[in-house]
Design a protein around this ligand. Sequence first.
Ligand code: PMV
Length: 381
Amino acid sequence: MSSSLHRYLPLALKTQPHNMLDYKNPNLVITSQDVEPDSITWRSPSNIAILKYWGKHGVQLPRNPSVSLTLNSSFTDTMLEYRPKESGDKNISLEFFFHQEENEAFRAKVLKHLESVSEIFPFLRQLDLTVRTGNSFPHSAGIASSASAMSALALCLCSLEEELFGTLSEDDAFDKKASYVARLGSGSACRSIFPTAALWGQTGEVEGASDLYAIAMEDHIHEIFKTFHDDILIASSAEKPVSSRAGHSLMEGNPFADARYTDAKRKLLRLLDAMRRGDLEEFGKITENEALTLHGLMMSSNPSYILLKPSTLTMIERLKEYRADTKHPVFFTLDAGPNLHVLYPEDVVHLVQPFVVDELVPLCEDGKYIQDWVGEGPEQV
Ligand code: PMV
């Protein structure tokens, strides 16, 4: 972490956050105006859920635990510039640029998020802020950017707290808070903070697991998963007719909701065991079942809806045929959209990639796909 002067350290140390569960801390305020204008930049990746988070309650709390692989080449870069506020008002002062251009819709979203975390970071109201952000993948690719975007922003906010107050110097404290704050922006974003794999959600299976933030799973899984590829095949880049936010809400009236949450908790045990042992067959069974369960839940919501495209189903069929013929460990999963994620370990890349390129990519919209793989998590740049 940076070697800032931590001008405000004594004050911050006097009182720890009074409620560790919500991190609200009125003491994180700047007592003088001599903050040097500066900036913080984080690059944070997207993640792909293996066990899906679908259904929430309260303030972004999951109805069941989820497990994800952290990706590498789908990321968001976010720079947070800050300087002492010129006006004396208490509003959050924010300029926002997406790929170098002002973007009012995104600014409004980020401002709303910053308002919602302003009791966690009260100093935000004392600064003029500029956020400059951009994704490694085209905005029109149909790839959800909320996980990478909200985790990158959360990391910037925690770095700023550390810079000003020196309160998050321990890695664990920093990661936990960054994950907590990312969760408030977008549930799945809390898992992007960690390298390789993450678990979000209360379970007695792994020590430290919580509904409030994700935890690192790197040390709980077989090495093979660190080598996994994820080829993301773009079946459609059109905007989804039903957003994830609406999809989560529809789970509240879904007649299968309770059975789903019970099933997810049961699958968690099997998945953790398979990932620990490196049992790819069992991993693949759970992964694919989860993908189809997620879309089954959409189809059984009221009103029901379908996000899959005919080409998604054709790709799934081809992949299954290929696997049956070759016995190679290649599996699919889906996000809340029509794009197919094809997962396989590095040791079959020379076999599987030609299949993906020759047989699946031609089924994609304009031949669009993204080569991704399991990565090392966010980095400060
Ligand atoms: O984080 P949200 O609110 O965009 O929800 C994401 C839900 C899924 O991507 C479908 C599953 C998951 O666990 O990431």
